[in-house]
Write a protein that binds this ligand. Structure first.
Ligand code: DLL
Length: 425
């Protein structure tokens, strides 16, 4: 489709979408009324700049289903993503939304060269996370064979990869490297497998990591991007040229804005990625601020696709950390530490990537009265904090007890995170 045809289609879809949310979502009607807008004011895609933004906070304020634009009887599935306050963000899909989602994921897979002759192991988590089920139905839509591996037992997974001749692996890039490491520890080589293609996303990854994965697993590794609020995996994908990820912009209209001023930025400029869902009925969103920092490329790709591409995500404009593909907010950790009377209300999070796996160290100071020379008591205290953290953030953190006074005290804004990983290359 030419750029003009695409923009024409996007304009028509945007007009329909604005009428839908104006009539069905009180939140958007109110916002539009405040701006003096009626649906007929939005006729072409260029009119999008008149519309209000939506933030994660708006989703929280309207928890659980306040932004749904369809009757509850039309919603056939819900997913949820983690939040700071213990209230997750809920997203709802109609049957039509799910059909579009599975087609969008099938579109990604076919760009990677996957066909109905392939067997795909989906090792993203199944459940409330959109990774597992999102990939799953995309593989089925394409007509390839899906193995719903989910996360968990790595050795069992390796056996299935080998015995079933799996050709395509879908998981987070860090898990792909962990798999590679386990495969060599088991004394196996890639000759024992039939793997060709990797479908990696859910967290930022560098080109160095891509090279490492490709070498160690003997496959071609492709990026898949997405976020639950907009749909899940499949919002953008790489083609064989691997020069940016094509956005399925007939469904998800991208913009780049300055995260401080909210001013739209042109192609090629780095800023915050914003999406409008052009075809969703369950929970359509206008100008949703993803907090992901990237830039857009509008030139036609060598592969022939005309969709706009996005460059790799360089970071986030808020404080959410993504550790091993899981969203972690420092405030979640803070609440756990502050709830435990044994610790000073101070902490530092040190995030790193060791042997290609993300690590999280949580540094705390034990209060004087709770300190003991009994090493077993101290180990028990460490385990207690570590277990509580695991139940809240779903990943294991290394707890490090610091000497009294060792953690920095601040008079102004405090700093809680040292992220030693570098996603800028
Ligand atoms: O991570 C959806 C997904 C699942 C995408 C599996 C790809 C594969 P959320 O849990 O809502 O959804 O997290 C979304 O993760 O805003 C980005 O910050 C980050 N992210 C996802 N994919 C990529 C990627 C899923 N390929 C948040 N590169 C997004 C960089 C990514 N960051």
């Amino acid at each position: 489709m030419s750029r003009d045809e695409m923009r024409d289609l996007q304009g028509k879809r945007l007009h329909k979408l604005v009428s839908l949310v104006y009539h069905n979502t009180p939140f958007y009607r109110k916002k539009m009324q405040e701006l003096g807008l009626i649906p007929d004011d939005i006729r072409t895609i260029d009119d999008i700049v008149k519309l209000p933004f939506t933030t994660k906070q708006d989703l929280r304020d309207n928890y659980p289903t306040g932004l749904f634009a369809s009757e509850r009887s039309q919603i056939v599935r819900m997913h949820a993503s983690t939040g700071t306050t213990g209230s997750p963000t809920i997203v709802g899909y109609t049957r039509k939304d799910l059909a579009i989602w599975s087609e969008a994921v099938a579109r990604c897979l076919s760009a990677y060269g996957v066909t109905h002759n392939d067997t795909v192991s989906v090792a993203y988590g199944y459940g409330l996370f959109t990774g597992g089920l999102g990939l799953h139905y995309g593989v089925e839509n394409l007509g390839a064979t899906v193995i719903p591996t989910s996360t968990g037992s790595t050795e069992k997974h390796i056996k299935l990869l080998r015995d079933l001749g799996v050709t395509t692996l879908a998981c987070t890039p860090s898990y792909a490297l962990y798999l590679a490491e386990t495969i060599s520890k088991l004394g196996l080589t890639m000759k024992d497998f039939n793997l060709k293609t990797g479908v990696f996303g859910g967290e930022p990854w560098t080109n160095e990591m891509r090279k490492e994965i490709e070498e160690r697993l003997g496959i071609k590794a492709y990026n898949i991007y997405g976020l639950s609020e907009i749909m899940g995996p499949g919002v953008s994908y790489e083609c064989h040229c691997q020069c940016g990820s094509h956005i399925a912009e007939d469904h998800f209209y991208p913009e780049i804005i300055d995260p401080k001023t909210c001013e739209p930025l042109g192609y090629g400029k780095q800023g915050e990625l914003v999406f409008t869902t052009l075809t969703k009925d369950g929970m359509p969103l206008l100008r949703y601020r993803t907090r992901d920092l990237t830039s857009l490329i509008a030139d036609k790709c060598e592969c022939g696709r005309t969709e706009v591409r996005m460059t790799p995500i360089v970071g986030r404009s808020d404080d959410m950390l993504i550790i091993r593909g899981i969203n972690v907010f420092p405030s979640q950790i803070e609440s756990v530490i502050l709830e435990m009377k044994e610790f000073e209300p101070l902490y530092m999070l040190v995030v790193d990537r060791v042997n290609n796996l993300d690590t999280l160290e949580v540094q705390v100071e034990v209060k004087d009265g709770s300190y003991s020379d009994d090493i077993n008591a101290m180990i028990a205290l460490k385990n207690k904090l570590s277990n509580k953290l695991k139940s809240v953030i779903s990943i294991k953190a290394d707890v490090k007890f610091m000497e009294a006074g060792q953690l920095e005290r601040y008079e102004g804004k405090s700093k809680h995170v040292i992220d030693k990983r570098n996603f800028n290359n």
